[in-house]
Ligand binder design. Sequence first.
Ligand code: F6R
Ligand code: MG
Ligand code: MG
Length: 371
Amino acid sequence: MKTTLSIIKADVGSYCGHQLCHANLIKAADAVLKEAKASGTLIDYYVAHCGDDLDLIMTHDKGEGNEKVHKAAWDAFMDATAEAKKLKLYGAGQDILSDAFSGNVKGMGPGCAEMEFEERKSEPVVCFLMDKTDPGAFNFPVYRMFADPFNTAGLVIDPNMRNGFRFEVYDIKEHKRVFLNTPSELYELLALIGSTSRYVIKRVYPGADNKVPETEAVAAVSTDKLYEIAGDYVGKDDPVAIARGQSGLPSIGELVEPYAFPHLVSGWMRGSHVGPIYPCSMDNSIPTRFDGPTRIVALGFQLAEGKLVGPNDIFADGAYDRARSKALKVADYMRRHGPFQPHRLPPTDMEYTSMPKVMEKLKGRFESLKE
Ligand code: F6R
Ligand code: MG
Ligand code: MG
């Protein structure tokens, strides 16, 4: 049977400030999705959160971009927004950019990662949820999961992975995409995805002769850039991703291994600073220091005819304690730079923050250097 796994997420209000999604919002979303399950729109669901983001993990048999499924998510966000407004939560409804639903949440504010596939005999998946960063933050770990033999031993040992993986990369400025095969086009892939603010991995497919068909995605990332949608800086991107594991694909341990190294990402404080990513349990996803550091939560499930068995809150494990303490050391080091690059983002990535207003104020005071 074909199952679709969809994560649709939005920040519709939090407390205090941009820290935490309130339990009442989770309850409100849960009530809507419960109804969607009862009516047959969904097979199953799990309402999660990462920091101030409400993450709806849903399974169904309706394929990607399905109107009924997206409408259920939209309604869940609307009811959660009403609850957020009642409690005067911070940023109530901030990621809801339109008053009316029009068939699909794309372009309307929420972020979305979806994959349709034939369920294998056993189907382990990991849902990755980030807060206080942008979709490019997934480039480094997803590259390591599916293309780096120093991370994924299966690339060397498992004959299923002999032909590597195929990456679908989006140019989020030009709205174009390109497919690149690894290992043969590894260097071209890295040339692009090293530029995390412009090129982002959207999906990964297996190479030839894998047990999983070449046409089925094995990883998907949300690539919605809110500022591109709204034409101004509103809210944050805070991406999510899904990866399938085991039996010809990276094992669950290989999918989570990249996070043993707290790589630097952009999006900390006011969406304008670079800092380390901090792997943590869902309960510990409370961005505190300097509104961060950026959080990553990993929820592992088994799928059983679309039913979500789990979650296993993977980064709750002590094996990630050292990554957390390294992240905190890096956070100390980065913070010492204050408003200077590379802690603060380069001007090109600050375009949608308050920088244009500063430039506007100083416009008439810039003098030509030509004698
Ligand atoms: C939100 C975020 C925060 C805010 C900051 C300022 O996801 O990253 O760092 O940007 O708290 O928020 P405002 O402008 O709402 O006061
Ligand atoms: Mg927020
Ligand atoms: Mg957020």
